[in-house]
Design a protein around this ligand. Sequence first.
Ligand code: NAG
Ligand code: NAG
Ligand code: NAG
Length: 978
Amino acid sequence: MKLTRQALYFLPLFSTIGPTCAQNTTNTSATEWPILGTGQEGVVQWDHYSLIVNGKRVFLFGGEMHPWRLPVPEMWEDVLQKMKAAGLNSISFYSHWGYHAPTIDTLDFGTGGHNLTRLYELACDIGIFVTARPGPYINAETSAGGFPLWLTTGAYSPLRDNDSRYTAAWTPYQDAVARITHPFQVTQNGTALLYQIENEFTGQWRSVSAKTPNNAAIAYMKLLEANARSNGIDIPLTHNSPTTSGKSWSKDYDTVSAGGDVDIYGLDTVSPNQPSYLPEFQGGAVNPWDGPPGGCAEKSNQDFVNFYYRYNIAQKVTAMSLYMVYGGTNWGWLAVPFVPTSYDYTAPISEDRSIGAKYYEIKNLALFTRIAEDLRKADRIGASTSYSTNAAISATELRNPDTNAGFYVTIHSTTTSSTNESFRLKVRTSLGNYTIPQRNGSIVLNGHQSKIIVTDFAFGNETLIYSTAEVLTYAVFNGRPTLVLWVPTGESGEFYIEHAKQGSIAACNGCSNIIFCTSGNGLIVTFQQQEGMSVLQFDKGVRVLLLDRSAAYTFFVPGLTSDPLVPVDQTAFVQGPYLVRSAEVSSSTITLCGDSNQTSTIEVFAAKELDQISWNGNILHTNKTSYGSLKADISGPISFTAPKLGPWKVHDSLPERWSNYSDSDPAWVNANKTSTASSSKTATLPYLYIDEYGFHTGIHLWRGYFNGAATGVYLNVQGGIAHGWSAYLNGGLISSFFGSGSSATGNQTLSFANATLNPTGSNVLLVIQDNSGHDESASGARNVRGILNATLIGKSSTFSTWKVAGTAGGSSSTFLDPVRTIYNEGGLTAERLGWHLPGFDDSAWASDSPSQGFTGAGVKFYRTTVQLDAPDGHDVSLSFKFLPIGAVTFRALLYVNGYQYARFYPYITSVSTFPVPPGVLDYGGENLVAIALWAQTNEGATVDLDMNVNYVTQSSLNVKFDGTYLRPGWDARRLDYA
Ligand SMILES: *[C@@H]1O[C@H](CO)[C@@H](O)[C@H](O)[C@H]1NC(C)=O
Ligand SMILES: *[C@@H]1O[C@H](CO)[C@@H](O)[C@H](O)[C@H]1NC(C)=O
Ligand SMILES: *[C@@H]1O[C@H](CO)[C@@H](O)[C@H](O)[C@H]1NC(C)=O
């Protein structure tokens, strides 16, 4: 993602963030805008209008999720099913080089959440296109923008160019992603459709206006493109530009043949020979440390979705991917410093996997784009208020040049306006020009909303001349179409079906004022719809369903096959439940899988011969309605309460502060470097840059020795925004830096006046610092982490020796936890010795609890186990909540079965609730819950921790799968790292 923290956080309400387009694109011609393609003849093509897959134009509507932000492959299925159920047809993902190559000699695509093959397999099974975005640089609000942390020392600089050191570093990783992707490409009958090269890299020109090529950047793009092609990637190569000004990597902009161009350029504006492709349209916003919990929820809510995604369609966009559709969690130390543990992103699927109005609003549009074939080849005819009878409302007219189908995207003419406006719309149809609704009533735009009004809309073999209600979807059952229209609750609509002769009301749930009116060429129907779904029947077996917004929200259109395009004659309609994940038809039964959050009646429309509904494995008592649908009741979830945590065990986790502590190998490394590959050379010597000693994440411990008297020490510690540190002399706390949402470094002059100093012998200064991640960008990633300045005061000599401890095994091949990776743990005694892991024996520890807490500075480690037995046949979402008691000058790390799933910094943020997914938690067994509690003052630290239920649904999702492989336990190698 490209936007800065400020841009995201302070996104003004309904600012114009959408693309801008040429206003006039009616003079199309095959020679001007030819159909282009790559790879196997005809499998993936594109032109100015849209992508074309196996000869069919596609409206690509998808969203981003990051497998590494949900390290449980079994839960990827949940996200992909929810995306598919929303009508979305593609998933885009960044893979994270550093996560797959945590050490220089590791390349892991097998353990735990690393297995991308499983993501591709799921995408094939569920039927959803994939855009792979391996980087190598991804930004993504992740530590070092996805670069492996061993790359950040300066030894491979400057990065993101054709330097041979950098090329040699990324090649094995890019090879691996391409080879894993290869068999899943659409050209191989898989679903991988696009392959992005680099990320938001605007480096093609030294001068954009003079078209002066930037040769190193061009050579780099060519190397990456050649890498993909040589590994068999034959789907289109894409790139996403963060701004309109860079004009990089598009063949249309490269008028001087500088090279390095991709097949399909994505931005957020039009490039003439390529479809308008928005690789990262706003799905929500990131929440920085000092931002509100859940990001800017009210600024990117369901109204935002309703308005802006339609607005993109008005701009002729036929491919857009939402960043993010599911954000997930920055567990461990995956985040970039300015972002906390949560990456909820206010996404339509929340961090705790729940769905709500925003998700359903996306569904209402995506189901439409999935079936509106004529929209995929549409010219923009005009945009003005002259289409409407109310100057406060403007419309954009899109028209398919082959079929003459029209799409009028209506919005407030002042896009920031949120008034409630009524109007009639002037449309052009095959039967003539109308001002609609013709009979009575009006079209309403209530607040920040938009409606797409169709004309000459084809459904099956029928034609909807116009409808003032929006089309939700349609399907063809047994050769006859059922059209679904929706209006906001209580609004009216008017539609005109060509050639229809008679209509009748088969079911009225919330309908009123339905009038069928014969017109010269068919029937004009007017209606009003309150909460519910009404069913109208017309001659020739044509059916129209009328839904209000609430009924439309729980209306699902599962595909009966895994075809990502979901052909209209291979679907069913299911109205009523919270979620429908899948549907299958065999003989007379339709088998549905989904979720129910309350007792309700579901209604199914499918092929005529069906007479039975199976829901989550149970045959339901099914009734057939007079108009051929099936109805049955489903039950809601049973209740589930999370168990209380405790009793707890405790142990000191900061023995390093004492002068008699032995800092020996292999936990401790001599920090004695007097030269550095880093460009930052102004530090005091030796260089105390942790990455140069093989430690990259979490908490680091520095021990500096000096002999004799000194009056104090000046320290400047750099750990990134939100980092903190404490310093101890010979076991006693002398000072702490508490951190903030804005300071990347913390410097202080510390006095030894009140410390216990050994004026004639050896003294040891312990600095415990955390490193909140590495900054983004090629140069930012190289910002050092560690101590920039350590100067004794009142003494001519300096420290005699420094030692440093970090993650057990460092970045060497002895690294101990490949599944959870080095992002998961730092260098606390508790972490090095594996106290955070299941299976460590704490029977000799004292009993105490974090809610009793402790006084005095230091780090204590608390452990407890909790047995879970989630109800079978249910999805249960759980989270942990911290409640500080007393002083907030502490930092708490939460470990769940060994995964560091929360960093709670109450001095900096009020975000205190942390969802933890199934798989990290064992829903049918014992779970280890542990807290590292770091008190930064002598007041100590006290904190309550509770486990809460976010939601329970009766569900087909199996959350009690065997996830043992995700939770490897303690082993004796840890004992070496005392
Ligand atoms: C749109 O294109 C037509 C045909 O080329 C041209 O006559 C007209 O002036 C153009 N309108 C605008 C607004 O550019
Ligand atoms: C990834 O998972 C698939 C099963 O889905 C398995 O066949 C494959 O071996 C795994 N890959 C690696 C590298 O372990
Ligand atoms: C894809 O499927 C088609 C139709 O089943 C088959 O003819 C073709 O060989 C397959 N291609 C690959 C690469 O598997």
